[in-house]
Design a protein around this ligand. Structure first.
Ligand code: UDP
Length: 373
């Protein structure tokens, strides 16, 4: 079998690239080492509920073109993400907004909230925040930082907030209105019927093989059943350091483990996402999958999310984009640039904490570079 492209990884980046390549008359073989397509956006039906097997995925974007692009493959519902934060026996709305502040300080107006935050900020005298802790303190003050950010972030990243880059927290809106929408983006929703269907549609008519390891194919020139494969170019969406045999040393990633349970109740926590922000609770959040789609099933499925450092044998989820890793990544990127016939893409291939809309944008940019506009 001879193809124009071997696409390594059947996630959003790889599938978008393959779909666009096919439209341009190119042939692709898409492979994935897992036994299913869709990468980390994979959803699987259980008890009539679409389970986000690799964690909550809420599509949101401010880019109309990207919104229209993804809507070719699915209809989206009107889900709006409004997580709840539990700190000890206190409950708060996220993101940080007037509902959060009014609960925390028993106040009502934006001016009252701003005054308290200003007073708390003043204690720290931070002119130019250098890390996540300083950024969070100067943005939201001590109470919000200690109750809603510090414990969660240190669990999630396994590092002190003083050792983490501020951009991680800049993802979260902070507003002085009574608005619990987690995102500022203009468009948001969950694809009705799950994410896997999107990727299925993208890969429709494209040769796709799951359970195939790229490095084995590279070595043997054949699929696991012995079929010989040839290809002109490679799109690689796996870990860039692994591609180069970690020759400059391994990049760091965070992994997540999910404890998923089917429960005999129709509503466990009343919300899709509940974050546990104190350090002492071992998981970061509990997802109740049915609420992403306003499910009315008699049962429910929940997943507790435990964060851990990545090591070989578990799935990498998040690049740890601190200075040390970014510098190391640059070395790999320089090698990648020399690799004539290989394109690197996606969260793992570009070592970037991409949201789904940014993955699509990057994939479409890659398509433009490859085939011309
Ligand atoms: N975060 C926090 N408290 C929360 C939720 C998030 O401090 O209750 C911080 C934390 O550092 C996290 C970052 O905000 O890593 C981004 O959170 P988001 O929910 O966007 O992350 P993702 O869904 O990609 O894991």
């Amino acid at each position: 079998m001879k193809y124009d492209y071997l696409v390594v990884g059947a996630g959003l980046f790889g599938a978008t690239f393959a779909y666009e390549a096919k439209k341009r008359g190119k042939s692709c073989l898409v492979i994935d080492k897992r036994d299913h397509i869709a990468g980390n956006v994979y959803t699987k039906e259980q008890a009539g509920i679409n389970v986000h097997v690799y964690g909550a995925h809420i599509f949101h974007t401010s880019d109309k073109k990207i919104w229209e692009y993804i809507n070719q493959f699915a209809e989206f519902n009107n889900y709006v993400n409004s997580p709840i934060a539990v700190y000890k026996d206190e409950l708060y709305n996220l993101p940080f907004n007037m509902n959060t502040f009014s609960k925390m300080w028993n106040i009502r107006t934006p001016d009252e909230a701003k005054e308290i935050i200003e007073k708390q900020k003043a204690e720290y005298k931070i002119d130019e925040p250098q890390n996540l802790e300083e950024h969070a303190l100067s943005l939201a003050g001590k109470d919000v930082y200690e109750k809603l950010i510090k414990g969660y972030t240190e669990k999630q990243w396994g590092r002190k907030c003083t050792e983490l880059p501020a951009f991680i927290i800049k993802r979260l809106p902070m507003r002085f209105t009574y608005d619990n929408n987690y995102f500022n983006d203009r468009f948001q929703g969950i694809p009705m019927g799950g994410y896997t269907k999107i990727v299925e549609k993208m890969l429709d008519g494209i040769d796709t093989k799951t359970g195939e390891d790229f490095f084995d194919i590279k070595k043997t020139g054949a699929l696991s059943d012995g079929t010989k494969v040839e290809y002109d170019r490679i799109l690689f969406t796996g870990q860039i350091d692994e591609y180069f045999d970690s020759k400059f040393g391994p990049l760091e990633y965070r992994s997540v483990r999910f404890e998923t349970e089917e429960l005999d109740t129709d509503n466990y926590q009343g919300n899709a996402v509940v974050n546990y922000t104190e350090r002492e609770v071992p998981y970061t959040r509990i997802i109740e999958h049915k609420h992403f789609e306003f499910g009315k099933q008699p049962k429910t499925i929940i997943s507790r999310e435990y964060s851990s450092e990545w090591k070989p044998g578990v799935e990498p989820y998040y690049p740890v984009n601190n200075d040390k890793n970014n510098a190391l990544y640059e070395k790999y990127a320089a090698e990648a640039a020399k690799e004539g016939n290989v394109i690197f893409g996606g969260r793992l291939g570009q070592y970037k904490y991409y949201d789904m809309d940014k993955v699509l944008m990057a994939a479409l940019e890659c398509v433009d570079e490859e085939f011309g506009k």
